[in-house]
Design a binder for this molecule. Sequence first.
Ligand code: PRP
Ligand code: URA
Length: 207
Amino acid sequence: MLHIIEHPLLAEELTKLREPSCPSPEFRHRVRRIASLMVPAVTANFHSTVVPCTTPLEITSGTHVTRRIILVPILRAGLGFLDGFLDLIPQASVAHIGLARNEQTLVAEPYYLKHPPKLSEDEIIILDPMLATGGSAIEAVRSLREVGACHLRFACLVASPEGVAALESAYPEIDIYAGSLDRGLSDQGYILPGLGDAGDRLFGTCA
Ligand code: PRP
Ligand code: URA
């Protein structure tokens, strides 16, 4: 199911981010702030249990988030999304998955996967600013399922209708969280209106 996170602060950050004149340092800061603004919505239904809580005055009841949290940025651009999540969830572990879209075929090709052992009980949030054709997200879910992940969700900054449909069709049980649902895809597989190549803009590797 798709959840569009609607918030005026997020929408304003995204507006400034889309502008081609936004330089890499500013782009990185804005992506980080947007990621933090998304955290409450992305994690709102995490399981929790009631635990005793001792204050300086008395004993009351408190909350414990039951499952370990694993953040999985898709390299490279997902790294730009990571710190904003870690700012609010510093206790999370981080797994990395390396995928690169073949520029001609648009197929996501895996090149790296490193994760903590025993993922089956964990809350796993896959992070990638862009959900375009959906190929990278689908490959990330497939790879993580293969190594035992069960409770997966996907968080992105900008999604295309085509990418959402592809991911929902492949994995209907996965919740997708997006800061914006854009209009569509260009012939080259770029999101329209989008923000260009997120990895290049984050890391200053634009041509
Ligand atoms: C971009 C982006 C996503 C992917 C989305 O990565 O960061 O991972 O494309 O496109 P898709 O939905 O069509 O798969 P890219 O492969 O360009 O690598 P990069 O992050 O290293 O720039
Ligand atoms: N990857 C990006 O970085 N941008 C797009 O628009 C599509 C895929």
